[in-house]
Ligand binder design. Structure first.
Ligand code: HEM
Length: 405
């Protein structure tokens, strides 16, 4: 079932649906509370700011090198590498970008996991016989291989972790392993090794591609819309002046940049169908009775391009957020980049600061142009497919350094 609009008073209907379709027991509640406290809180996000600064500095240096040679930069790859490094260092105390594990590069492992998570699976729709179709299409085999590889990756990461984490500081993985060892009860169950892997999987998949996808779409929309590009760069230049790098505090003054990001999320939600829900108890919507166990998708992509809600929905117009209070925190259902309700993205604050910080610095340090042989109308804005949706083909731009320090 796909929900692409809400009838009746929106808040009421969504709250009612949320209770009916978001699995949420005491164990889950406790686990989520712990993750939010340990990994996603504003305090934690501020404490990892030096990691972000270090990684953004490295990114600036590598882009500056391309700028000095007049060569093209693959921004899709650069933004992905940035988020992999920041998230892995923040969550695991280690960086895996470029690492080869079990003959598989870390990046490939996760791309593959994303692809199969978002692919059509017949067994989701036909539980009794769909698995035969999944076997015939090869999906089942790929899925099993991917799960095996990921499992091996986690085990290897736990080992590496034990060796490398000698500084006595307990990070997120240490904490989970300690809770497992102490047989801590969370809600009504113990934290097992499998649960730890599932939590890490959720964090990695939730965190990595979403932030990178947002930055890439934002840069491609700005390149297609030189007026918006000029405006956002002027704002940054005027507000920041001569500093060598933008800080997290500076971002608060960058109102147009924030509008650019919201507009990017409106046109290109990184998770267009949010995360699938399973109906817990029977409920009625638009005269249809929906039965327990029905798989339910919220079509956030369609909601954000609805002409009844948005004027000129296909146009990239950051100014549309100037005179309203629409934010991305899950209360305005016309814009749900982080979902809403009980399963709303817990990494919302971390994701937003990552995107703002990465983009602001790339726009502050460089001007950007298309490769020599390309004009705006040649830009390929086709979407990829999967649980998260980025650009199908990588974004290649030429940086022009306009700041000298
Ligand atoms: C721009 C960045 C991000 C976007 C657009 C985004 C978007 C989303 C969306 C749409 C969901 C599903 C919510 C729903 O179905 O209602 C989600 C779930 C989740 N996100 Fe994010 N996310 C981002 C960054 C992050 C970061 C940085 C982290 C972790 C550090 C993270 C961790 C998670 C987790 C663990 C879930 C699953 C929550 C659950 O199942 O209850 N996300 N995210």
């Amino acid at each position: 079932m796909i929900l692409d609009h809400f009838s009746g008073p929106r808040e009421l209907s969504y709250n009612y649906l949320d209770i009916a379709f978001s699995p949420y027991d005491d164990y889950w509640k406790e686990l989520r509370r712990m993750c939010v406290q340990e990994l996603f809180s504003a305090k934690r996000v501020h404490s990892i700011q030096p990691i972000k600064e270090e990684e953004v500095k490295k990114l600036i240096e590598s882009v500056a090198e391309s700028a000095s040679q007049g060569s093209t930069v693959n921004l899709s790859e650069k933004f992905l590498a940035l988020t992999v490094s920041v998230i892995c260092k923040a969550a695991f105390g280690l960086s895996f970008h470029g690492t080869v594990l079990n003959n598989n590069s870390f990046d490939k492992l996760f791309r593959e996991a994303f692809l199969f998570l978002g692919s059509f699976s017949a067994s989701d729709f036909f539980p009794s016989g769909g698995w035969i179709v999944d076997r015939l299409t090869g999906l089942q085999e790929r899925r099993e291989r991917s799960v095996r590889d990921l499992d091996a990756f986690y085990e290897q990461m736990f080992d590496l972790h034990k060796q490398e984490n000698k500084d006595g500081v307990e990070d997120f993985v240490d904490l989970l392993l300690r809770l497992e060892k102490e047989e801590t009860i969370l809600g009504n169950g113990k934290l097992t090794r499998n649960h730890i892997k599932a939590i890490l999987m959720n964090v990695l998949l939730g965190a990595i591609s979403t932030s990178a996808i947002t930055m890439t779409w934002a840069m491609s929309e700005l390149t297609r819309n030189p007026r918006a590009m000029k405006k956002v760069q002027s704002e940054i230049k005027n507000q920041i002046g001569n500093k060598s790098m933008i800080t997290l505090d500076d971002i608060e003054q960058l109102h147009y940049l924030k509008m650019v990001i919201k507009e990017t999320w409106r046109l290109h939600p990184p998770a267009p169908l949010l995360v699938p829900r399973e109906v817990m108890s029977e409920f009625e919507i638009n005269g249809y009775m929906i039965q327990p166990k029905t798989l339910l998708y919220v079509n956030a992509w369609a909601i954000r391009r609805d002409p009844e809600t948005w004027k000129d929905p296909e146009m990239f117009l950051p100014e549309r957020f100037m005179d309203n209070n629409i934010d991305a925190k899950g209360q305005n259902f016309e814009l749900l980049p982080f979902g809403s309700g009980r399963r709303i993205c817990p990494g919302m604050y971390m994701g937003t600061t990552m995107v703002e910080f990465g983009l602001a610095n790339m726009l502050f340090q460089f001007d950007w142009k298309l490769p020599e042989d390309m004009v705006v109308k040649d830009m390929d804005m086709e979407e990829s497919h999967g649980l998260t949706v980025g650009m199908k083909n990588d974004l290649l731009l030429v940086p022009v350094k306009y700041r000298e320090h």
